[in-house]
Ligand binder design. Structure first.
Ligand SMILES: Nc1ncnc2c1ncn2[C@@H]1O[C@H](COP(=O)(O)OP(=O)(O)OP(=O)(O)O)[C@@H](O)[C@H]1O
Ligand SMILES: [Mg+2]
Length: 271
């Protein structure tokens, strides 16, 4: 999808800073995600990807700057944050399913508690979304009886059952055995094709290339580079992005960390 100038931004982040004590983790992030757009966020460990995602639904409180979701400022002190969070689905590396209830109940309980849906409607929506992720036949199973990939698809279905207008994913496939990753990515691909607005922190570069409208590369709490996936992943402009991609696409080729920092390398470009 191309983003029209002036298209309505589903997520708008302006001058976002976040510090934990003395440690400044986000150092001025400006980012817009248009309605229906899929943005993948990549970058080394500790660069602030999860913190950025968590600032969008105020799981972390920004130190400075503004965040808007669907036009509502979530950083406004008077915001009804519960109302904003109901519009945002979040999927983490760990699935966080309730272990002691069935798959279907994992989907109906939040609908009933948070959205106050009646039982029949909650069950109908639960089954619809389990079918959407290919797990209709697992409704009566318990989470422990499912594979990690199936559990993650249940977690996605649980988020979808709340009717979110955007979805945040934080490394949804990182805890999975490699052979289970594909099914979860297939569900995410389907969501993207259905027009869901998605912000996805991932190390799956082939997914980013294929599905993302835009890729954002973060390092050291800043956005170093952003653009179409084929550009950022296929032909990165910055040395730091190239260095990161080389390591992630071929971990065996990574050299041990030396005295030369990535930032030094960037300033000596053109060799
Ligand atoms: N609650 C917290 N208290 C203190 N420091 C934190 C907290 N959460 C994150 N940090 C620090 O902020 C920095 C960025 O963390 P963040 O989790 O956003 O990075 P990340 O890019 O998601 O990394 P990874 O790829 O390992 O998940 C790290 O140095 C981390 O130790
Ligand atoms: Mg993280």
């Amino acid at each position: 999808m191309t983003v029209e100038p002036g298209a309505h931004a589903e997520i708008e982040i302006r001058g976002l800073h976040k510090a934990f004590g003395e440690h400044e983790v986000l150092r001025g992030i400006d980012l817009e995600v248009a309605r229906g757009e899929v943005v993948c966020v990549i970058g080394p460990s500790g660069s602030g990807k999860s913190t950025l995602l968590r600032c969008v639904n105020l799981l972390e409180e920004p130190t400075a700057g503004q965040v808007f979701v669907g036009g509502t400022e979530v950083t406004d002190l008077d915001v009804d944050i519960d109302a904003v969070r109901r519009r945002i689905g979040m999927v983490f590396q760990q699935f966080n399913l309730f272990p002691h209830v069935t798959v279907e109940e994992n989907l109906t309980l939040p609908q009933r508690r948070v959205l106050r849906r009646g039982k029949a409607e909650a069950v109908r929506v639960a089954r619809e979304n389990l079918a959407r992720v290919g797990l209709a036949e697992k409704a009566d199973a318990y989470p422990a009886q499912l594979s990690g990939g199936q559990q993650q698809r249940v977690a996605i279905a649980r988020a979808l059952a709340m009717g979110p207008e955007l979805m945040l994913f934080d490394e949804p496939t990182s805890a999975l055995d490699p052979e289970l990753v594909g099914d979860v990515l297939a569900v995410m691909r389907m969501l993207a094709a259905d027009g869901m607005t998605m912000m996805v922190v991932t190390h799956e570069m082939s997914f980013a290339r294929e599905v993302a409208d835009r890729v954002v590369f973060m390092d050291g709490g800043r956005i170093v580079e952003e653009g179409p996936a084929e550009q950022v992943v296929g032909a990165p402009r910055h040395e730091r992005t190239r260095h990161f991609l080389t390591r992630i696409l071929d971990p065996a080729a990574s050299e041990p960390p030396g005295p030369e920092s990535p930032a030094d390398r960037e300033s000596s470009q053109g060799q």
